[in-house]
Structures are given as structure tokens and as C-alpha cells.
Design a binder for this molecule. Sequence first.
Ligand code: GUN
Ligand code: FE
Length: 416
Amino acid sequence: MKVVKGNIIFTPNKDEFKIIENGCIVIKDSNIVAVCDTIPENYSSYELFDYGDKLIIPGMNDLHCHAPQFRNVGIAMDKELIPWLNDYTFPEESKYESIEYGEKMYSRFIHEIYKNGTTRVATFATIHKESTKKLMDLFIQSGIGAYIGKVNMDRNSCNTLCENTLESINDTLDIIKEYSNKSNLVKPIITPRFVPTCSENLLESLGKLAVEYNLPVQSHLSENIGEIKWVKELHPDSKFYAQVYDKYKLFGDTPTLMAHCIHLTDEEIDLMSKKNVYAVHCPASNANLASGIMPLRKLLNNNVKLGFGSDVSGGHSFSIFKTMINAIEFSKLIWAQNNEYNFLSLSEAFYIATKSGGSFFGKVGSFEEGYNFDALVIDDSELNFDNYTLLERLERFVYLGDDRHIHNRYVNGSLI
Ligand code: GUN
Ligand code: FE
């Protein structure tokens, strides 16, 4: 049992910040049992972690990224999706056949995730079973929560990054068996790369695995106009892109993340909403790969679940704070084009990064009774040189701060 004390800020809903100046959070094992103004009598004997004037906020949730694209972060920004994959991404991911290379790069990747205040992440690995297991073991050591997907792809890739269908399924099954109960924070997730690189046999088998083992699913959806056209050519009977995943039980039959969701039809949005599929907004990647701007407000209005993703290395930053700002800025550019959709507020962006994105991992992302305690302690003294309000201090940290201002990180009640 412990009590964490400081200036508490979180978003219980998308429209408001709850701010408790000099408040405290009581934690038993991994969960929050009380959030209050002063330490209640019956908890006064608990170990106290007093963070003084620092800010205490929920940890960040990154719902979409690619660990094996670590070396490519910040380079190779001159092509759109399909040539970018073929010329830069697939050759780099091919190197993860070597466990040694995987270990070296994956360790650095996890350090960046940690530094930037991400406490839970859903990431793609590669097709390679052994280096995927290495990534899972490294995450277990780190204390960060993670869903990690061995990628499945058995067509339309280069010959160094393409699987035999049966092997792809068997390797996935091995990982499921070995890792489903190894850790309560690091788990496998079914990961067909995207429709164009998966045969119908593979999609069908993966859907069966997801349902049989009750595993979540992650993939990409409607990121790029050429990609969507290609899906239509490969699946002429489908009415829209998402229908292909849906046909094979990979679209909300179990908890599902779909990255990008930029060029969706209204029917597709309806289906996402009905089946509780998360749309993961990756604004930096969408700009870097010239993909387009996700209609975030439209999805929000249609009750589609939302989260943010760094999409490293399509995205060049690991920071979900930077992602929040990108999302707000892009929504303002859309609004300026035609005033149809109100732009995103800071509380909405913060909510998507914390309570909304966190919900994919369980009771994560808020400071309410029963939630896992995932938190960041922010030392913004360098930015707080005048009488800023607590909300202004948070705003300045989000816009101006970086990892140097993150003093401590907690995941599931433990300091990491
Ligand atoms: N679609 C299929 N694979 C990828 C990938 O690695 N990154 C992005 N941004 N989109 C994809
Ligand atoms: Fe991606």
C-alpha cells in the first residue's frame, strides 16, 4: 500500500480536466483505491511518496508502432506508403532474422518508449519468431505494458520478408502458447500486416486463432488511396476495405486496433462503431507518408473508439504528447478548410491519449478507483517561471516539454 502525493491532473471524460492541487492517490498493489484532497486517516500509515509541487498525470498509451523500424526513424521520408514499404521498410525488417540485431535495436526502441513517458504500447514486431520473443522478453524486463504482434505476411512482399502460410500460423501459435500466461503486462496480439500482404488462407487462420484463444487483433486500415485501390483489386467482392478483415473475424470479434483509418466510407465507420473497433490516429506518419488527414471529429461523433499511435517509423517521434499536438493542429487545418468539424480541444486530445487509448489495456488511463496506477510525475519547474495555473502548466508541458521533464514513471502500481 502506498500514497502518492502531488498536483493531480487527469481527464475522467473528454470534455474536462479534473485537477486536484496537492492531492493524493492511494494505491493498493497495482490499483487505485482512492483519489482525494488529503490523506484519509485510515491510510496515514501507508508509505508516502511526496512529489511536492510536481504534476502527476496518467501514463501515455501508444496504440500503434513498429519496433523493428527503429533504425529508420527520421530518415526515408521521400515516398508514399507502398514504395516506402518496398524500398525502405521491408529491407530493414528483413534484418530481424538475426536475434543479435533484434536484441540490439529492440533494447534501444524500448528505451525510447520509456524515455517519452509511454507506459503501455501495442507494437508490431516482424515475421521472425525468435526476435519477436526477444522483444517480448525485453519488454517484460522493462516493466512497460505491451501487446506485441509477430507479424504475419505471406504474399506481396520481398523474398526476404515473406512467409509460408502454414509456418506463419505455427510460429504464431508457438508464441501464443509460450507467452499468453508468462506476464500479466506483456501479451501477444494477432497481427496480419495489412490485407495486401495476407492470403485469404492466412487471414482465415488468424481470425480462427484470435477467436479460439480470445486474443486481440491489430492491423492497418485505409491509410493510402493506392492501398485501398489495391485491396479492391485483390478482393473485388468486398464492398469496402474493412469488410475483408470482418469476413475473417479480424474486425472486432475480439478487441481490435486499426491504424490510420483516413479514407473511410460511412459504412466502414458504422461497422467500426458497431463492433467497437479502435481507430488509431497516427498524425505524424500520415503527414510523413503523404497519406492524408484522419477525420477525427467525424469518428468521435460516430462513437468510434479512438487512440493515438506514434507509428514509428512512419512517424518520427516516440512522444504521444507530440502526437496530441499534431492531432490538434491537423484538426484545426481541417476546420480552416471548411467549418464542418470543430477542432480538437486539449482535454479531448489528452483523453484520447490516456483514458480512451488506455481502455484497450483494461482499466488503464485514468485516476479513478479500480484503475491500474499508470502515471508520470512531471517536473516542470524549468517551464513554470511565473504564476501559471495548474492547467496552464500541463498545457506548457504538453507543448514545450520533453523527456527531461518526466521525473518518474509508474506502470500498474510499480515505479519503473
Ligand atoms: N501498412 C502496412 N505496413 C505498414 C507499415 O509498416 N507502416 C505503415 N505506416 N503502414 C503500413
Ligand atoms: Fe503502421
